[in-house]
Design a binder for this molecule. Structure first.
Ligand code: NAP
Length: 351
């Protein structure tokens, strides 16, 4: 059984807390060190964190003393997960990689770097090889890997079978994003209760760019991005967990019917299905036949929040197909996705 000591950077935040909850009984990874800002450093985790998870704070972390996010404070860990605020993640993550400590990050800072894999294990596991072209350390011991934006995850996962089978011409979507995506305390209650906010600042460019990197092809160490336009409208809705997307796609090859596409989803096999990774869901894409589904409140937690749920597949009068996709934003779209990335890196012997 693999056995690793891990650190968490940004451990006091919303994503950091999700890491702690998901790692508390992990069979391979043991939390050995927690880091946050100087506001939290030197306090016990119990004192520093405003715990917002619905389960009790694990006793194994409550009395750990929070450290500054400096590599010298993290000796003895095999790698770190990062849930750092993006205003500091770039510099801090680089410092750790340069010190020979691998970083598995949720932050946006390195997602577009041409040497850094942006990874969804079920979509582009081969992109891990890009780690070999990173130069943070001379001996290759320090590197960075990122997971995508929390909308890009269900969007790209649901696009993958369509991209491989029919080819994508164009994608238009509206995302209805949960408030937990804004961290804590997040969106003011007077803005969001009984309301929809039609703009999430800075979100749409990430949704436009990241699927193209994720669906890119790697050859001779060079990644060629996929080439189709994506137009997103990102909105915030009064939902706690689970981003729901209304997606319409244009395809190069036309499917015979919407039923054919439903079968494609039902029969799709993930490229990591046989690796027996502890956090991998049995159904990374789950197609709901009931036209009322998927719904965030009913389905975001299915398979520990690691699924992309798809439903309402139908022909589009404007492009070719329309459907609904949904995933848990702080699990599959953040901490859970990063943990699955780490598990794949273990299996592929990068860790
Ligand atoms: P958050 O709740 O605001 O937490 C931010 C964390 O960063 C806290 O632990 C904070 O520590 C730490 N931090 C802030 N300034 C720091 C500094 N100068 N030095 C060291 N640590 C510092 O944010 P979040 O929602 O968890 O998001 C964390 C990251 O994940 C962001 O980059 C975000 O874009 C990304 N992400 C979030 C989601 C989501 O659904 N929420 C999804 C995907 C990706 P203190 O408590 O000490 O201030």
């Amino acid at each position: 059984m693999p056995d690793y000591n891990v650190g968490i950077l940004g451990a006091t935040g919303a994503v950091g807390q999700k890491f702690i909850r998901l790692l508390q009984d992990h069979p391979w990874f043991t939390i050995a060190a927690l880091g946050a800002s100087s506001r939290s450093a030197e306090k016990t985790y119990r004192e520093a964190a405003n715990w917002i998870e619905a389960t009790a704070m694990p006793g194994t972390v409550a009395d750990l003393v929070v450290r500054e996010c400096e590599p010298s404070q993290f000796t003895g860990v095999d790698f770190v997960f990062s849930g750092l605020d993006s205003s500091v993640a770039g510099d801090v993550e680089r410092t750790f990689a340069e010190a020979g400590i691998p970083v598995i990050s949720n932050a946006k800072n390195f997602r577009t770097d041409p040497t850094v894999p942006l990874l969804i294990p079920e979509v582009n596991p081969d992109h891990i090889e890009m780690i070999g072209s990173q130069t943070f350390t001379k001996d290759g011991s320090g590197w960075i890997i990122t997971n995508p934006n929390c909308v890009a995850v269900p969007l790209t996962t649901s696009l993958k079978p369509l991209f491989d089978t029919y080819g994508l011409e164009s994608v238009i979507l509206t995302s209805m994003q949960a408030v937990s995506g804004a961290g804590y305390p997040g969106v003011p209650s007077l803005d969001i209760m009984g309301n929809v906010v039609p703009l999430i600042s800075g979100e749409e460019p990430k949704i436009h760019e990241e699927p193209l990197k994720l669906l890119g092809s790697l050859s001779g160490g060079t990644l060629t991005h996929a080439d189709f336009p994506v137009q997103a409208t990102a909105t915030r809705v009064p939902v706690i967990n689970g981003h729901l997307l209304s997606v319409t796609v244009g395809l190069h090859k036309k499917p015979g019917s919407a039923d054919e596409v439903k079968e494609l989803y039902r029969n799709w096999k993930s490229p990591i299905a046989d690796l027996d990774l502890p956090s991998a869901p049995d159904y990374p894409i789950f197609y709901y036949d009931d036209e009322r589904y998927p719904q965030p409140r009913l389905h975001a937690d299915a398979e520990n929040g690691m699924r992309t749920a798809v439903g309402r597949m139908r022909s589009s009068a404007v492009l070719d197909l329309s459907y609904i996709a949904m995933a848990h934003n702080t699990v599959r779209g953040a901490a859970g996705g990063a943990i699955l990335n780490a598990e794949l890196l273990v299996r592929r012997e990068y860790l």
